[in-house]
Design a binder for this molecule. Sequence first.
Ligand SMILES: [Cu+2]
Length: 360
Amino acid sequence: MSRNVLLRGLAVLAAAIVTLTAAGALPAQAHGNIQNPPSRNFSCWDRWGAEFQNPAMATEDPMCWQAWQADPSAMWNWNGLFREGVAGNHQGAIPDGQLCSAGRSNSGRYNALDTVGNWRATNVSNNFTAHIFDQASHGADYFRIYVTKQGYNPTTQPLTWGSLELVKEVGNTPASQWNQVSGGVALDVPVSAPGRTGRHVVYTIWQASHLDQSYYWCSDVNFGGTGSTPTPTASATSSPTPTPSASVSPTGSPTPTPTAGTAGCSVTYSTASTWSGGYQGDIKVTAGSTAIKGWTVRWSLPSGQTVSQSWNATVTSSGSAVTATNASYNGALNAGASTSFGFVATGTASTPTPTCSATV
Ligand SMILES: [Cu+2]
């Protein structure tokens, strides 16, 4: 976990204490989650934890909004979505339609994650990498990663065991074999889910090794939804070769500060998390003093880096130059309003200076 995330966590914790109405809503300390493609509750925490009472969420991100309204502790405890004592009989323990809440585990804390609707989805290619974060170095007896079959529509159908296909199994993997990262250990699991396009759910089961403790995560994905580059793997052949190009690189001008009285848009960049060989960046777009209809953000990557995944924007790259344009649902912003998008890139995190242009 990066310092940014830790600091945000502290800010969120402070907010939680102020607004705490139910006991037991403090974050648990030592579990984990899939951070990419992010699970529903990790994603909602990541995007909205610092402003979970912002009413803009109701229109910008209604599925996260309903989850926060139902039980904010499902997001504060993004790392605690597990059951115990299942003895490997996951299908017996979790009824159809309750897969994303681990069968209404933890006294129903996570029930809203089962709600059917248009959850924000992460754009992935058919070969992608599952990035799993384990704060307590539990390690894994095994992982099972399922992806829904082509034809299943997560925006209108409840998730059932019959809608899933097991596409990846990982055997016993003690924490010593995971990557050491800030705040714990992490494992990158290559996943192949051929023959799929559009919206799907990735369902990950992590059988932790310290107890009979099983974690269940629903990640919303969109196969082939962008021009983002494929997840880099040794066998990838279609990754563009980064070629430093002064002519298409951003100008490197300082990040504009959101200022009242300025038309157009401005951006702020933050590194959400880092791990060995990659990092996640978040970019917040804020409209100026007038409403805008769409936005384009440009920045440059250090030589050799590529963007492998993105969400809430269409991200394309040409050499080291990256261009992100708004998704259909987050282009229109009222004066002073903000939205954000994210991406995963290879390499070591740097601090880019994105620029923003708006259509009005
Ligand atoms: Cu734990």
